[in-house]
Design a protein around this ligand. Structure first.
Ligand SMILES: [Zn+2]
Length: 109
């Protein structure tokens, strides 16, 4: 494989690390969400509020996981760093700031 492969190896490594971190955290969130509610109604109200917050976290993290998986797929396919819309190369500075970016700045606007 050529130069690009090595170029993205570091990114893939970082993305994979982030992915396992997210999955681990998500499993924890899931366990919290499946905990039985307290019998006390006041405690229950707090717990339900917590669960709502956890649902939001779960949604955000699930989205990030999907974005990372898609980015890893683009790396293995060799399309990483190319805009999915216009086919132009994505600015490396953009990729550095947002490694999961699938489109260039003009297409994401
Ligand atoms: Zn574009």
């Amino acid at each position: 494989m050529g130069r690009d492969m090595n170029e993205h190896e570091e990114i893939a490594k970082a993305l994979k690390a982030r992915l396992s971190e997210l999955r681990m955290h998500l499993a924890k969130v899931d366990r919290e969400l499946h905990k039985p509610l307290s019998a006390d109604s006041e405690d229950q109200a707090t717990e339900l509020e917590n669960q709502e917050a956890l649902e939001v976290i779960k949604k955000t993290e699930t989205t990030e996981i999907h974005q990372i998986e898609a980015a890893l797929e683009r790396i293995s396919e060799g399309t990483y760093g190319t805009c999915a819309k216009c086919g132009e190369p994505i600015d490396p500075r953009r990729l550095k700031a947002l490694p999961t970016a699938a489109t260039c700045i003009s297409c994401s606007a």
